[in-house]
Ligand binder design. Sequence first.
Ligand SMILES: Cc1cc2nc3c(=O)[nH]c(=O)nc-3n(C[C@H](O)[C@H](O)[C@H](O)COP(=O)(O)OP(=O)(O)OC[C@H]3O[C@@H](n4cnc5c(N)ncnc54)[C@H](O)[C@@H]3O)c2cc1C
Length: 148
Amino acid sequence: MMVRTLSALECTRLLTANRVGRLACAKNGRPYIVPLYYAHADNHLYVFSMPGKKIEWMRGNPLVSVQVDERGQGRGWRSVVVDGRYEELPDRVGHKRERDHAWSVLSKHADWWEPGALKPVTPPVSDSAPHVFFRILIDQVSGREASE
Ligand SMILES: Cc1cc2nc3c(=O)[nH]c(=O)nc-3n(C[C@H](O)[C@H](O)[C@H](O)COP(=O)(O)OP(=O)(O)OC[C@H]3O[C@@H](n4cnc5c(N)ncnc54)[C@H](O)[C@@H]3O)c2cc1C
């Protein structure tokens, strides 16, 4: 096997071509990682979600990491790691343009909303909080490719 570094353009192409990433955030020195769907556009990863642990943690500490990979031929693979910053797009005056943009980028994919809208236990109506649009601003990106 040989491993090489991907160029910035190759990293961008991989992020655009894929939808599933692993988002890592941290609180008090403890990491937390979850898989999720994203849509890549204009140096951001856009995501739709319900409130929960990851949103609460990222509100407290916006520095996150996202990893995306794809399999190549045989044992080959490509992987990209994003160092990024959580930016919430609240349903408030002043954020409408970014929120509409998130909607338009995400809704290019069928059923884009479903994984982010489902939880094992449906919260009581009185507790139900609105869904969240957020994006990860890409501060830095690195990529590697392994081939036979
Ligand atoms: C292919 C794929 C696509 C997804 N796309 C999205 C998306 O676009 N948006 C989105 O919000 N979510 C998506 N999810 C679900 C996501 O992985 C989380 O389960 C979900 O977002 C809840 O996270 P939370 O931090 O709010 O957890 P909470 O509901 O607050 O639950 C917290 C606890 O539940 C456990 N937990 C939560 N999620 C998982 C998990 N995936 N696996 C194992 N244990 C878990 C952890 O132990 C955690 O401590 C996707 C999952 C998959 C597999």
